[in-house]
Design a protein around this ligand. Structure first.
Ligand code: FAD
Length: 382
């Protein structure tokens, strides 16, 4: 039978199944998930407190509703433990074995585990799923002071969310400025200042990697001797593609599961997309790339071989106290041309040939996203 099995019911797995059904593709589809299979928008996890939404309110459709909508089988609370590429079978935690014709890995990414020291290390929280978010909300009840380890994109979003519901937030990390992996210093400092005005305290470049339990909660002594206390600690230091299953099965992996432009892995019957995939050398852990990939893969699986062609994909950072939109440039050589006003930062990045390659917009400048994208498209065409 022409059975398609998709491992993962996140935005990538469900997104692909929806695209296939939109194309009137009637093949049998089985989706397997280690979680409850609820359909939700993961970006909401770092902005839902301020919207007063609990985990149930984030659910857009239950697994049962998705089953009806997609006319698909959905196996929940079940881990795929082993993939046998020669026999084309999956071994499930339930003891069941499943045969596939075509397999899609949409297994996402896992939070990076810092090698934290100290008596409080085991109680540090991470939020990367609906179940995590439910625990996070519960633990926050009655809590006033929260330490956030990791002042990157997700750490700053969580800090913003906590500040908006009246928590005292300390942001701690080795980073030189907030969101330093994606945006230049001036833009990061603008976010730092606005969050500080809202009550956040910043401890950059001084974390010593230890969280101790204290009578009131948790405490860390920083490299500069300062002591920071909190009732709860959140680690938000980034995600790593989930490559374990693919790697154990002998598929090519690098940072992510290696695929070509058609999302095909090193096995012709297996594809990968979403946070777990490294498509032609690029792991892009955001929603827009996985949607573009889902449309292309649905076309390919329906018989029209379609390579993924990414448009310009700016990243919006949900620090609503000082929003940021950036078209990141990674480690590209070049220079930033920045202007800074009351309203925030506007920056363009030029490569060594003086071509516009990226931008950053903060504060009210974030509204200029469309204009900057147009400028980039016009320059590319000229
Ligand atoms: C807090 C937060 C905020 C974010 N904000 C934004 C944002 O504003 N904008 C943006 O573009 N992106 C944002 N992102 C990133 C975006 O959410 C992800 O890129 C996207 O949700 C990834 O979807 P996915 O389907 O690839 O992975 P996931 O949503 O992680 O889904 C993985 C699925 O695989 C299943 N699974 C894994 N291994 C197995 C196994 N062995 N057996 C069975 N099932 C398995 C899991 O149960 C799950 O269903 C954010 C991420 C986080 C964590």
């Amino acid at each position: 039978m022409n059975r398609l099995v998709i491992i993962g019911t996140g935005l990538a797995g469900y997104g692909l199944a929806k695209e296939l059904r939109k194309r009137q593709d009637k093949r049998p589809i089985t989706l397997i998930s280690s979680d409850d299979g609820a359909s939700y928008s993961k970006p909401m996890l770092s902005s839902a407190l301020a919207q007063n939404k609990d985990a149930a309110a984030l659910v857009m459709a239950s697994a049962e509703q998705m089953m009806a909508q997609l006319e698909a089988e959905i196996i929940t609370h079940t881990q795929v433990e082993q993939l046998d590429t020669a026999a084309r079978t999956l071994q499930l935690s339930s003891g069941q074995s499943i045969v596939y014709h075509t397999l899609v890995l949409a297994v996402g990414a896992n939070p990076i585990q810092l090698p934290l020291q100290g008596s409080g290390a085991a109680e540090v929280m991470q939020v990367n799923s609906l179940a995590d978010y439910a625990r996070w909300r519960t633990r926050l009840q009655g809590v006033e002071r929260v330490m956030v380890i990791g002042p990157g994109l997700i750490g700053c979003e969580f800090a913003n969310d906590l500040l908006k519901v009246g928590k005292q937030v300390s942001l701690i990390g080795p980073d030189p400025w907030p969101i330093s992996a994606l945006i230049p210093e001036a833009a990061g400092r603008a976010v730092q200042q606005r969050l500080a005005e809202a009550g956040a305290t910043w401890h950059l470049e001084t974390f010593n990697g230890a969280i101790e339990k204290s009578a009131q909660g948790f405490v860390t002594e920083l490299k500069n001797g300062q002591v920071v206390e909190g009732d709860l600690v959140l680690s938000a230091v980034g995600l790593r593609p989930n490559i374990a299953l693919a790697q154990a099965a002998g598929l090519a992996v690098n940072r992510g599961i290696v695929t070509d432009a058609y999302l095909q892995t090193s096995d012709p019957h297996i594809y990968a997309l979403g946070d777990c995939a490294e498509v032609e050398g690029r792991n892009l852990p955001y929603v827009q790339p996985l949607m573009v990939a889902g449309r292309a893969l649905a076309a390919t699986l329906s018989g029209e071989a379609t390579a993924v062609v990414y448009p310009l994909m700016p990243v919006a950072i949900k620090t609503s106290l000082h929003p940021v939109v950036t078209l990141p440039v990674g480690k590209m050589e070049g220079r930033w041309a920045l202007s800074q006003g009351e309203d925030g930062v506007l920056g363009r990045f030029f490569d060594q040939q003086e071509r516009l390659q990226g931008f950053v917009l903060t504060g009210s400048n974030a509204a200029l996203k469309g204009q900057l994208l147009k400028e980039m498209e016009e320059r590319a065409a000229s």
